[in-house]
Structures are given as C-alpha cells and as structure tokens.
Ligand binder design. Sequence first.
Ligand SMILES: Cc1cc2nc3c(=O)[nH]c(=O)nc-3n(C[C@H](O)[C@H](O)[C@H](O)COP(=O)(O)OP(=O)(O)OC[C@H]3O[C@@H](n4cnc5c(N)ncnc54)[C@H](O)[C@@H]3O)c2cc1C
Length: 436
Amino acid sequence: MIEAAATPQPGRRAGLDRLTQFVPDAGARYARYRSFDFGPDQRGNTSVLSPYIRHRLVLEIEVLGAILEQHSRSDAAKFVDEVFWRTFFKGWLEQHPAAWKNYVRAVGDRFEELERDPSLLERYNSATAGNTGIDCFDAWAAELVATGYLHNHARMWFASIWVFTLKLPWELGADFFLRHLMDGDPASNTCGWRWVAGLQTSGKTYLARVSNIVSCTGGRFNPRGKLATSAPPLTESNPPEFTPLTPAVDSEPNGPFALLITEEDCAAEIGLLDSRPETILGLVTTRRRSLIPVGVPAYTFAMSAVTDAVQRASDAFDTEGAVIEADYDCDELIEWATNSGVSTIVTSYPPVGPVADFLDEAEPRLRHHGVELVRLRRRYDEVCWPHASRGFFRLKKALPRILRELGLEGAEDQPEVSMNRIEKQATAVAMKRMPR
Ligand SMILES: Cc1cc2nc3c(=O)[nH]c(=O)nc-3n(C[C@H](O)[C@H](O)[C@H](O)COP(=O)(O)OP(=O)(O)OC[C@H]3O[C@@H](n4cnc5c(N)ncnc54)[C@H](O)[C@@H]3O)c2cc1C
C-alpha cells in the first residue's frame, strides 16, 4: 500500500520530518516501487525530499547518515545511488560550466524564435498549457504548474515527448521545468534534459514508450498511437569542455564578516561556519531562473527556504538577519554590504547556476567598495566533486571510499529511529565530519 506524502512544506523542520517518515521505506520498498508514478495524491513511494535537498535545507550528508543508520548499504543501495546522482550532476556541471552558459544563451535565442515563428509559439503554448491531446503529457504539464513537483519517471517521459514527439527545443522544456519545479536545480535539470536528448551521454537517448507509461502509472494514462517511436539523438556544435575545479576556500576570514545566505545553501548554522558573523543577509534571486516569471510553488518554496535559513542562523549565532530580493541588479546587495561596515562577506560556495552568475556579477562592484566575497565550499562537495568529472559510474565505483571519507561507512546498526535522534545524529555527523 502506497500512502501519500504531504506536499512539501517549506522549512528545515518539515524536511527533517519527511526524512524521519521516509527512512524506514528507503530500502527494498523504495527499490521496488520507486519507478511508479501513482499520481499526485500517492507520493509515498519516493522520498519527495528533493526540494529540501536542492536548497540544502537538509544536507545530503544528513540524508545519507539517517538512511545508513537504519539500513545496510546494500539494502539502501538504490536510494543512496539516487542521492549521489544529484551530487554527480552538480560536480559534473561545475567541471563543464559551458553546458550551463550554452543553455542560458540558447534559452534566450529560443524565446526570440518564438516571437518570430507563430507556429512554433502555438506548439510551445499548447505544450506548456497541457493542451496537446496526449493524456499523460497534458496531465503532467498541469501538475507541474499547480504543484511544483513531478515524479522522476514523469520528468523523463515528459522530456522525451517534448523533444521527440512534439519536436520542441529541449532548452525551452528545461526552462519550463526550472521555473516551475520547487526543486528546480541548474545541474540536475540541465543534465536531466541533456541526458534524455542524447547530449549528456553522447548518442544515448531516452524514448518514452506507451507500454511503460501504462504500467508504471497503474493504467492512469494510455497515450497509444500518440508517441514518437524513435528517438534520434540531438547534437550540439560546441560540446562543453572539461574545466578543472576552482580551488576551494575553506578557511573563514580572521576579522569580522557578514554572512550571505542564498537558496543554494539554507543550513549555514550546520557545519559551515565556526565563528559568529556580524550580520546576516538572505538573498533571494529565484526570478533569475528564467527570462519569464517563475511559478508560484517554486518561488514560494525558495523564498520561504531562505527566510527560514536566515531565522535559524540568526538564532544560532545570535545575530540580526534580513532578507532581500535582488533578481536582476545587485544594487541592494552592494548597499547592504557597505552599510554593514564589514569588509568581508562569507557565503556558502554557490555551484554553477543563476546564484553563482549573480555573485560573479556582484563581486567586482563589491570589491570596488572595499568588500571581499569569500565562498566557503562544504567538505561534502570537496570530497565528491573530483569524482564527477566524467560519467556517473566512475563516481559510483568510488562510493565506498567517498562514504568512508565522509564518515558514513559502517553506520549499519538498526536502532529505533525518532525525529530527534535523526536530527541530533545527522547534525552531529555534519558538525564532526564536515567542518565545511
Ligand atoms: C528531465 C529531468 C529534469 C530534472 N530536473 C530536476 C531538477 O530541476 N531538480 C531536481 O532536484 N531534480 C531534477 N531531476 C531529478 C529527479 O527527477 C528528482 O530529483 C526526483 O524526482 C525528486 O523526487 P524525490 O525526492 O522523491 O526523489 P527520490 O527518488 O526519493 O530520490 C532521493 C533523492 O535523490 C536525488 N535524485 C533522485 N533522482 C535523481 C535524478 N534522476 N537526478 C538527480 N538527483 C536525483 C534527489 O535529491 C532526491 O530527492 C530531473 C530529472 C529529469 C529526468
């Protein structure tokens, strides 16, 4: 029996509650049922933790710690792999930043094409409005906009139908996801679409099949005769090249500093900082995910995540905090920085994506005002990303070593699990093993 998982509520507390609730199911049950999309009212077969993990309201190491405390590595192998797919994509994009730059440029170009080509515009509008006549696709388009979430299998089918049946540009589909998903993430999303289209694993595409949709949705949909029967890979003229990781900064400044919290890391009080910041600012840049308005669930989740993070950090460090929205220009950030009276701002290292782009733009102006920006990279990223330079299976092979380095291997006891216990232990692991 698959129960519903409640719609993800913003905030770390809700994320930890969901983690506690899901832990017992993360073994064989997850492996068996994870591919089924039983519909928005029955989400209990997967964790639905992605909005929390994506914003680092709950840290990957906390999720892994809680799971491996209850399950053996082999029982939870499937779930552990999935958590590392996110890590892999983040690490891969970090080492192939041109994939993100090319995507951003192409989205701009594709929106211009929509203005010039009425028939393309009509097809695009009917896809995003869920008006194509393909039952499953239309239902998923509506579900995405209304709830800000889609099951992983639905994302794969949707992207495949978008690219190979509707023959729409993949970048516009990725943009549709990024601005509506509560877990909208530059790395998982860009790489997920690239993978379906045959760009990520060169020449290997994902074809949505009617029989698979019928069986994995419990017969809710049957798009017989409506789907493409082949998926020829897309090509790109300038495949993103490997770029070495920038060396991490891992030490806090000696003097006074301000803490900047973004939607990339909403758990600054857990293992990021040793000393107390003078002041705290939450910076919400969610509107930069797209050239057109982001969906309400995605926006609300990100705004609430940053607000929750500032509140918790303020309490933990006994420091005043504020939240600003600064989507397209950095004037407000500069003003806050100069008013704060500190010459250093510390932030959690933003991975490739809109937040990193924003801070890259802001940095020279901050420097001009005598303010240095320090990006602290968490140890989790530091340990994992070097294994993500090529394919996932290289990282997977290194998992025993990675888990050992993170202090997670061997946590195979099966004690009674309670919310408090998970939170305390996961936080303890994070604090002990991950000074950053
Ligand atoms: C075209 C496409 C676009 C996607 N866009 C996003 C996105 O913008 N943001 C996002 O977070 N995920 C994205 N994904 C990955 C995946 O669909 C979601 O992370 C997953 O559905 C989240 O649901 P869950 O938390 O119940 O996952 P579970 O099955 O419970 O998995 C546990 C955790 O593992 C990670 N995970 C699981 N599957 C994947 C995956 N395929 N890739 C990366 N990480 C994974 C997530 O952190 C997830 O919370 C995309 C996948 C595809 C195919």
